[in-house]
Design a protein around this ligand. Structure first.
Ligand SMILES: Cc1cc2nc3c(=O)[nH]c(=O)nc-3n(C[C@H](O)[C@H](O)[C@H](O)COP(=O)(O)OP(=O)(O)OC[C@H]3O[C@@H](n4cnc5c(N)ncnc54)[C@H](O)[C@@H]3O)c2cc1C
Length: 427
């Protein structure tokens, strides 16, 4: 059986951050990185906009400002991003403040989906040059703590330390792992929302600020704005047992591509559940299935103009050349009525946020604007950590979005650094 000093599961930013830090500090370590896909599947690959300002992407349960900034500096020193210029922020921020909305001033870089792929390839090649062994297309299935072994779909391996960073897509896998290992966890928080798609001139702030972060009342916020060559996409969730359901998302290509004149972004509301239901995942799954039921197995899209009039959208709401004059970038969605499947409290918070946003950036509530539902973020899988380095059991660390230690690329990278620091400290 092959033995590695450290096995890292997941080649997303958390796994990569950990691997680079371990090899930088201790080049003699024998390190294996595993990924079930050929290329990492999270945000590095999709749009790849990176935020370098506290607290974007850092869950406050695991980080404080000093710690977040300490790690952010290290992330930035390694990635050396090109920070984008912003304009007129004071004007928007003042307008927002007057109506109880906050606009965060965030340092951002943006590579686009094509640029992100280039970055992943370069990082993997660099890691390989540093001596890491990388096995793509290999899936971790389980772990046996007593013998320090990991079972994959190809072999059994021994580890000195193990970092599991499977991202949001590995949410269910991580829960299964925690149940097998007897690690306590809770997942009582979830973000539920919609994705907005509109013409760039109806959300012109993106010309001044690539991904404007607005915070509204009722724990509602804008998230993941894409523009220039922007597209709405769909992600598949669920398993054989529960059946599939879908969440929408968005990404953009780099500046090299031609513009399609559209913008998309999410408006999300954070929902925290208490007794007796404490599983955000189960709640999200029910909502996802409800949307899939009403959408005939697909997400639902509705023009704001229809929603305002209290009527569902039909196919002709998306082929009209007059008022509804742009076509959806995810045309496979079902035209329908999102208010039939989104919880009323969530819809109220989102609708209120949209009205406030339309006051700060007039135009976003144009009748042609499309609302896609559901956009659900499952990243609150909070294990009980035994130390500040995200260790859950002796020699086993969880990092990244899947374990609720981050909500974005830079924070995921930082969480990988933190796990690596723990391993280096203990060796
Ligand atoms: C479409 C999309 C767009 C996004 N855009 C952005 C953005 O622009 N900016 C931003 O900051 N964040 C973005 N995010 C969020 C971002 O992806 C995450 O915050 C970040 O990637 C989390 O990093 P991670 O390392 O925890 O997980 P991931 O990046 O998700 O990586 C986890 C890796 O683990 C692998 N894996 C999972 N299970 C196993 C297993 N059992 N065995 C082996 N490998 C496994 C997966 O294949 C995956 O490659 C986006 C997310 C999505 C889905």
């Amino acid at each position: 059986m092959e033995r590695f000093d450290v096995i890292i599961v997941g080649t997303g930013p958390a796994g990569l951050g950990a691997a680079f830090e371990l090899l930088r500090t201790k080049p003699s370590l024998r390190i294996l990185l595993l990924d079930k896909f050929q290329v990492s599947s999270g945000g590095l690959r999709n749009d790849c906009k990176m935020n370098f300002t506290w607290p974007i992407g850092f869950p406050l349960e695991c980080w404080d400002e000093a710690l977040g900034n300490f790690y952010l500096k290290r992330v930035e020193a390694f990635l050396q991003p090109n920070i984008m210029e912003k304009r007129n922020i004071d004007i928007y921020a003042k307008r927002a403040e007057k109506i109880g909305v906050k606009l965060l001033d965030v340092r951002q870089s943006h590579l686009g989906t094509d640029g992100g792929l280039e970055l992943i390839k370069a990082l993997i090649a660099r890691l390989s040059d540093f001596g890491a062994e990388i096995s793509l297309g290999e899936e971790m299935l389980s772990v046996e703590q007593a013998s320090k072994t990991v079972m994959t779909d190809k072999r059994t391996l021994q580890y000195g330390s193990l970092i599991v960073a499977p991202g949001r897509g590995g949410f269910a896998f991580l829960q299964r792992l925690m149940e097998d290992l007897g690690v306590d966890y809770h997942d009582n928080t979830v973000d539920i929302g919609i994705r907005i798609e509109t013409r760039e001139e109806h959300y012109s702030i993106v010309r001044d600020y690539y991904d404007p972060k607005f915070l509204f009342p009722k724990k509602t916020r804008t998230f993941c704005t894409n523009s220039h060559s922007a597209h709405v996409v769909q992600e598949r969730y669920g398993d054989q047992e529960t059946g599939p359901w879908y969440s929408v998302n968005g990404h953009a290509w780099s500046e090299q591509r031609a513009s399609n004149g559209l913008v998309n972004f999410a408006i999300l509301k954070t929902v925290t559940l208490t007794q007796p239901l404490a599983s955000g995942q189960k709640y999200a799954q029910m909502l996802g299935h409800l949307a899939a039921l009403l959408g005939g197995g697909k997400p639902i899209m509705q023009r704001i103009g229809d929603f305002r009039l209290g009527k569902r959208s039909f196919a002709d709401s998306f082929t009209d050349d007059d008022l509804y004059d742009f076509h959806p970038t995810l045309p496979s969605c079902t035209p329908g009525d999102i208010s039939l499947c989104i919880p009323a409290k969530t819809m109220r918070a989102i609708w209120n946020a949209l009205k406030l946003l339309d006051t700060v950036v007039p135009g976003v509530m144009h009748p042609s604007t499309i609302m896609y539902y559901p956009e659900i973020k499952l990243y609150a899988n909070r294990p009980s950590f035994v130390d500040e380095y995200f260790q859950v059991l002796p020699g086993i660390y969880f990092a990244g979005d899947g374990a609720g230690t981050s909500r974005g690329i830079t924070a995921a990278w930082a969480s990988g650094l933190r796990a690596a620091d723990g391993i280096l400290k203990s060796s």
